[in-house]
Write a protein that binds this ligand. Structure first.
Ligand SMILES: *[C@@H]1O[C@H](CO)[C@@H](O)[C@H](O)[C@H]1NC(C)=O
Length: 202
């Protein structure tokens, strides 16, 4: 399956847009490594009354902010009876390296994580989005997901949600970068990766 990627422009015409990106991984074929493909989906209008002023430089998320990422992940997991994730400084550092690179080289556009061994959820906002808000937008896909038949409603995307609640994933690390336009790129990396096609997350 060919990857479909939609890279937001550095200067988005739409105010307060929040885009999501999840990796969907194919099952291993004949013992070979899984071949990841990416899908994109557009979130409903973000419930933010007024965007804060643009930041002047890139920021990365340090361990004290890890709870802002971790808590909404683990709340969503607890709701479906899946064990909590633990924070990985190594994954957070790898995520920060990628978001910094995107900040410097491509105006905070989505990173191409197709070759990564980790699961990857991304969020792009035209404003400075808080970690909890971005993870919340991923978890909000749960409304389109039916566990009984492991399917997503037609025309919807569930991949960022299913990675959040993927049972075999044990570790997560995340980072954000903010561009001069005020846009925020958020990336969480998951180990082991989820979203293996044909498998149920939990
Ligand atoms: C899965 O179940 C839901 C809820 O019953 C239903 O709306 C949907 O069509 C089903 N999807 C598939 C692919 O069977």
């Amino acid at each position: 399956m060919a990857p479909q990627r939609r890279h937001p422009a550095p200067t988005a015409p739409m105010a307060c847009s929040l885009l999501l990106l999840a990796l969907c991984l194919a099952p291993p074929a004949h013992g070979s490594r899984v071949q990841p493909t990416a899908t994109t989906s557009k979130a409903p209008p973000a419930p933010v009354p007024a965007p804060p002023p643009p930041a002047s430089k890139a920021t990365t998320t340090a361990p004290p902010e890890s709870d802002e990422f971790l808590a909404p992940h683990n709340k969503a997991r607890a709701e479906v009876g899946v064990a909590a994730l633990r924070w990985s400084a190594g994954l957070a550092s790898a995520a920060a390296k990628t978001t910094s690179q995107q900040q410097r080289q491509s105006g905070c556009a989505f990173a191409d994580m197709g070759a990564s061994a980790y699961g990857a959820n991304q969020g792009w906002a035209s404003y400075r989005a808080r970690p909890g808000e971005v993870v919340g937008s991923w978890v909000a896909q749960a409304r389109y997901y039916t566990h009984a038949n492991n399917s997503c409603a037609a025309g919807q995307q569930c991949g960022t949600y299913t990675q959040v609640v993927w049972r075999r994933t044990t570790d997560v690390g995340c980072a954000q970068a903010t561009c001069g336009t005020g846009a925020t790129l958020t990336l969480c990396l998951y180990d082991p990766h989820g979203n293996v096609k044909g498998e149920s997350p939990y």
